[in-house]
Design a protein around this ligand. Sequence first.
Ligand code: DHB
Ligand code: FE
Length: 280
Amino acid sequence: MAKIVGAINTSHVPAIGRAIAGKLQDEPYWKPFFDGFPPVHAWLDKVKPDVAVVIYNDHGLNFFLDKMPTFAVGAAPEYHNADEGWGIPTLPPVKGLPELSWHVINELVAKEFDLTTCQEMLVDHAFSLPLKLLWPHAEQCPLPTVPVCINTVQYPLPSAKRCFKLGQALGEAIASWDKDLRVVLIGTGGLSHQLDGERAGFVNPAFDKAFMDSLIDDPEWVTQYSNEEIVEQTGTQGVELLMWVAARAALPGKVSRVHSNYHIPISNTAAGLLVMGCED
Ligand code: DHB
Ligand code: FE
């Protein structure tokens, strides 16, 4: 049977792509951010995942305001990055794993999650850049992936409670896959940030840290909050922390904190990184 080895939650910001392309990793602005990743590479070398299930939010690329699924799962043979420029070289497509995608889709629909299934799916920085951060030296992401997309663009958004339940069902679906493969969850988004409006630039380190800590031992802590309350605490786009909630909820049993990093700001974003390992 498939085995979940843990989860990596990380912020995604388009400017990371520019920094990678311009080899700016050691610049003072970027170093505290990129220094977060070598321990994650070491952990990946140790736990050796075969597959990555990536929970991310599209930003109006594959889904726009006219058609906005609450939850969507990719079931394509490959996923092309089609982000809107930013001057970065085009990243090669990332391989899919339709067999696992369809297993997950069947299981989630059986558990009463009404999904949109995507046999074609363009992906943006929220999907592509975390993979590049995790496997920086590979020309193409070395693992096949299953993308799971949660709407954080157009209201109404699914609640933290609902995203937690989605994550739980996703974890059960993965664990019931009849293949001896090792699966890592990746959740991308957050942490606190607001890109526009009166509070542009708003971040909330106290809330971010409380949230990161809660994910280890009390992962349902954040489900006490409505999305409006999460936005109040973390800014309009801080609600992307829902991806972290779902990725954590997919982990079976107790988890340990393998590594974390937190740095303000990257662009207008409080950049968080948290690796959680499953205890055997
Ligand atoms: C930016 C975009 C994002 O999607 C995000 O999550 C954080 C920052 C940006 O444009 O700076
Ligand atoms: Fe984003």
